[in-house]
Design a protein around this ligand. Structure first.
Ligand code: HEM
Length: 156
């Protein structure tokens, strides 16, 4: 399997420049994806604060949120693709990776939750409070921190 994939091989880590290039790109796209996941709920906090008669401000925040969601979705694909390449292409394994993949599924769920929350704002159907969105925002930070600790420290 590994031999068949272009730029694959044993998980020799520091002795495997191709793997290091893929890992570096993986981290770049992961960080960019999360920049969107950190800022999008911040826009939702602002949208939840907008007075009902401030249409211009509401439309501006919605336009920003739509663009940011589309951009984050584009970044999610290489972030995950390069991670899968590292995992399946270089035979990386360990309990930490299983736990990481579980959290990554939660992050993908979070990403899609942002889409449905945005849709609720677009249709004047948001019922959630500004405080709820602040807590929602922090959960992305906790997910990010947990994944980074798992993949760098590899505690199990
Ligand atoms: C399906 C999704 C993903 C898969 C399959 C995956 C898989 C991997 C693998 C196999 C490595 C190499 C580990 C090593 O060589 O020690 C890695 C590195 C890394 N991953 Fe992911 N990853 C995914 C998503 C993510 C996400 C969402 C984050 C966000 C925090 C992330 C953060 C990192 C970091 C920081 C490293 C570098 C660790 C190091 O150099 O020690 N990954 N990933």
């Amino acid at each position: 399997m590994a031999g068949a994939l272009f730029w694959a091989g044993e998980n020799e880590g520091t002795h495997n420049p191709p793997m290091l290039w893929i890992k570096a790109l993986h981290i770049v796209f992961v960080a960019s994806w999360f920049a969107g996941l950190f800022y999008l709920p911040r826009l939702f906090v602002n949208l939840a604060q907008v007075p009902a008669d401030s249409h211009a401000e509401r439309e501006r925040l919605l336009m920003m949120a739509r663009k940011l969601y589309r951009f984050s979705s584009l970044l999610m694909i290489p972030a995950i693709g390069l991670g899968l390449w590292l995992w399946l292409g270089f035979g990386v394994k360990g309990g930490w990776l299983h736990a990481k993949l579980f959290l990554v599924v939660l992050v993908i769920g979070y990403h899609h939750a942002c889409r449905s929350l945005l849709r609720k704002f677009e249709q004047f159907e948001n019922k959630r409070s500004e405080r709820w969105f602040r807590v929602f925002n922090e959960s992305a930070v906790l997910l990010f921190a947990a994944i980074v600790v798992l993949v760098v420290v590899k505690p199990f």
